[in-house]
Design a binder for this molecule. Structure first.
Ligand SMILES: Nc1nc2c(ncn2[C@@H]2O[C@H](COP(=O)(O)OP(=O)(O)OP(=O)(O)O)[C@@H](O)[C@H]2O)c(=O)[nH]1
Ligand SMILES: [Mg+2]
Length: 335
């Protein structure tokens, strides 16, 4: 049987069934047809991965004694960072990626403090931007310092930028010309891919853990692109009084139902349209969605998985209307 894997996403290559994963016209190719199309035509083909396979991969990694680099997306910091940390006994560096999309006023030290206050053990925490090639040198130094063998695993949720990070490291420090496939859609990487950076360092890309509750899994491709910020977010602040509401595209409705005059600052892609209504009875937009009521304490963020977050300054009560499959939660304000 063929043992050749796609160099872009790690899937086992096959030339027998065009409808199945890993199809390529000829086993002489290095890429599967899906990767080839994503790279050359920007045509995406969504693959639904089960988290079971992913958990198996993490188990395999956990059996090694190798260093793990855990990549997260700053705009979509998971509710349970502990989840991945606790699955593995390995030494781990936490990487907070995509700082370029947060406003410049956000201080790195504050982000690091925020995570350190959660009291989860990492060897190190670092803020980077793959897109801006920011802090990649420092990250490499940390990797070299903490690595326990040649192999270093890169793990994290889907879309965090794992493959992009490895490509950047190849580009900066290696003459290896392999390139991993990256895309704005979830579940791009399908299996482990080994990349030799140099004789002392092999990075291993892995498929991401799927956030079932991410809004990205519940909208079409066009909206995925709109939701994913490409540049620095310009925070939008709205002063709301009781009984006023905000509507983001046809995705989210927030009614401010109880409390003093309050400030809502949206950290979401600049491309998303926001409407403000001066009275909740004035409109019925999105009322058919699932309603969740939150009691907001002083200085908290409403996080909508995959979309971003809304900083709310004072206490009050809000009604959130959103697709029932999309996860949301409140946290102490990140910024
Ligand atoms: N703004 C910004 N976008 C980034 C950065 N790094 C990666 N991205 C984007 O994030 C999206 C996902 O990147 P990938 O590298 O495919 O993410 P992944 O973690 O490998 O995802 P899976 O393979 O699905 O698990 C792509 O659209 C990237 O361009 C960054 O530093 N800043
Ligand atoms: Mg990937």
């Amino acid at each position: 049987m063929n043992e050749k894997h796609c160099q872009g996403c790690g899937i086992l290559l096959q030339d027998q069934n065009v409808l199945q994963e890993g199809y390529t016209t000829s086993l002489d190719n290095d890429l599967c047809q899906r990767c080839f199309r994503m790279r050359n035509y920007g045509e995406y083909q969504v693959v639904v991965k089960s988290n079971e396979e992913y958990l198996k991969i993490l188990e395999t990694v956990s059996k090694t004694n190798d260093l793990v680099v855990y990549v997260t997306d700053l705009l979509n910091l998971e509710k349970n960072i502990e989840e991945i940390r606790n699955m593995m006994s390995n030494k781990m560096i936490l990487v907070l990626n995509k700082i370029d999309v947060l406003p410049k006023s956000v201080k790195e030290t504050k982000l690091i403090q925020y995570l350190e206050s959660k009291d989860i053990h990492f060897e190190d925490v670092i803020v980077i931007s793959v897109n801006k090639n920011y802090n990649i040198d420092t990250l490499l130094k940390k990797i070299k310092y903490h690595q326990t063998s040649k192999n270093v695993y890169v793990v994290g949720h889907t879309n965090a930028g794992k493959s992009s990070l490895i490509n950047q490291l190849i580009h900066n420090y290696s003459d290896n010309n392999q390139e991993l496939t990256m895309s704005p859609l979830p579940s791009t990487t399908l299996n482990m891919v080994h990349i030799d950076i140099n004789e002392h360092l092999t990075l291993i890309d892995t498929p991401g853990l799927v956030d079932v509750g991410s809004i990205l899994n519940h909208v079409d491709e066009k909206m995925v692109k709109k939701i994913s910020p490409k540049k620095e977010i310009k925070p939008r602040t709205y002063q709301l009084r009781k009984n006023q509401s905000l509507v983001i595209e046809d995705l989210v409705r927030i009614d401010y139902v109880e409390g003093e005059k309050n400030s809502f600052t949206l950290f979401i892609s600049n491309d998303l349209r926001v409407k403000r209504f001066l009275n909740i009875i004035q409109h019925d937009d999105l009322k058919d969605k699932n309603k969740i009521t939150y009691q907001v304490k002083y200085d908290e963020d409403l996080v909508i998985s995959g979309l971003g977050f809304i900083k709310i300054v004072n206490k009050g009560v809000i009604d959130l209307y959103i697709d029932k499959d999309v996860e949301s939660f409140m946290r102490k304000s990140l910024i």
